[in-house]
Design a protein around this ligand. Structure first.
Ligand code: F6P
Length: 384
């Protein structure tokens, strides 16, 4: 008997039998994060063990919604050979996008005007036509919100939480975060020596739109003197005090980490572009702090933006393991008849959280969490 025929018939959580799965579609959406390829590999290998076929959808769901854009096909057949040797590779072999939201799909009218259209019903239909029986949706809050809509429309779907920002609720951590923090920490180590040599203030901007997890974790690990996060609107005066106190103590330099979504007390995050069908583009938070610090302290101040560097490169061993566990757990969930859930890390295990719960609110840094307390106890300035 072929593996496909021998595969166990999935049974829904309520005990009713599900139609057998033959083919899984995999989608990666939103900003890329180290570990995406590892998740894809785990899904494909685990699905193969069930005798299930896999295909990847290009660029979120654009491969299905705008197939004409892909002369080579909007979908990529995936098998154990095609995912060989990709665990350590950054990016996603499927491509991704953060402007092709099926519920707000940017569409050009004859007049040239671009409007947003809800194309979710077309997507459900296209999945059916492609004979995709279940979807593994790998993404952040946007992509998992789309997954929830698909589940509500009857598509079997399991989500996998991705984002370097670590701002998804329901999971202890998302994959990609550890790699971003490790790289940012390495950069802080490097910046310490140059800042000390030049007696400067170095301001380092890291990603973190709504949540300051990367800034805080890297700031603590990399011994920053001040860390400014979106959760704590900052008073520049407190950072100036910190810098001057260090100078009086003979340090002569300071390192300030700024999350891209950080804002001054009573002010707003630095938006450089408003976009249709996509999030506002942030930028300039670090530069704004650097200019203000130089003006106020009179000390030479330079800034550096780590930005997309944090999203690239080889995933750390921790991120590879989480990614592989998430991918395998997503297939396990489908085999157990689960749908409409997100795989979540709950050490030492993984569990499943309803997509509606996972996407209900953003996981921001709680101001009484241990890392915030630690930062304060180490004498770090948090801008308040
Ligand atoms: O991956 C999340 C994130 O890193 C946010 O912190 C950031 O604002 C956004 O992606 C930027 O994405 P892009 O520049 O690719 O549009």
């Amino acid at each position: 008997m072929s593996k496909a025929r021998a595969a166990k018939k999935p049974v829904a959580q309520n005990g009713t039998p599900n139609p057998a799965i033959r083919k899984i579609g995999i989608s990666t959406g939103g900003g890329d994060a180290p570990g995406l390829n590892a998740v894809i590999r785990a899904v494909v290998l685990a699905a193969h063990n069930h005798g299930w076929e896999c295909c990847g959808i290009r660029d979120g769901y654009s491969g299905m919604l705008s197939p004409a854009r892909y002369p080579q096909g909007g979908m990529i057949p995936l098998n154990p050979q095609s995912v060989r040797g990709i665990t350590h590779l950054g990016g996603t072999l499927l491509g991704t996008t953060n402007v092709g939201h099926p519920l707000h799909y940017p569409t050009q009218l004859r007049s040239g005007k671009i409007v947003e259209r809800d194309r979710s019903d077309e997507l459900v239909q296209a999945l059916g036509e492609a004979r995709i029986d279940a979807v593994v949706a790998i993404g952040g809050d946007g992509s998992l919100g789309i997954a929830k809509v698909l589940a509500d429309k009857g598509v079997r779907v399991v989500g996998v939480p991705k984002t370097i920002d670590n701002d998804l609720d329901g999971t202890v951590v998302t994959f990609g975060f550890d790699t971003a923090v490790s790289f940012a920490t390495d950069c802080l180590d490097r910046l310490h020596t140059t800042a000390a040599s030049h007696h400067r203030i170095m301001v380092v901007e890291v990603m973190g739109r709504y949540a300051g997890w990367i800034a805080l974790a890297a700031g603590v690990a990399g011994s920053a003197d001040a860390v400014l996060i979106p959760e704590i609107p900052y008073d520049l005066g407190t950072v100036v005090d910190k810098v001057q106190k260090r100078d009086r103590a003979g340090a002569g330099f300071s390192i300030v980490v700024v999350a891209e979504g950080a804002m001054p007390r009573g002010g707003k995050a630095s938006v450089i572009e408003k976009r249709l069908g996509a999030m506002d583009r942030l930028g300039g938070a670090g530069e704004r702090v650097a200019k203000a610090l130089q003006q106020t302290t009179g000390k030479e101040t330079r800034h550096v933006v780590l930005g997309h560097l944090l999203r690239g490169g080889t995933p750390t061993a921790a991120d590879r393991q989480i990614s592989l566990r998430f991918g395998a757990a997503a297939v396990r969930a489908l085999a157990e008849g689960k749908s409409g859930v997100m795989v979540a890390l709950d050490p030492p295990t993984v569990r499943y959280v309803p997509l509606g719960v996972a996407t209900k609110r953003m996981k921001v840094v709680p101001l009484d969490c241990d890392t915030v307390l630690t930062a304060r106890e180490l004498g770090m300035c948090l801008g308040d």
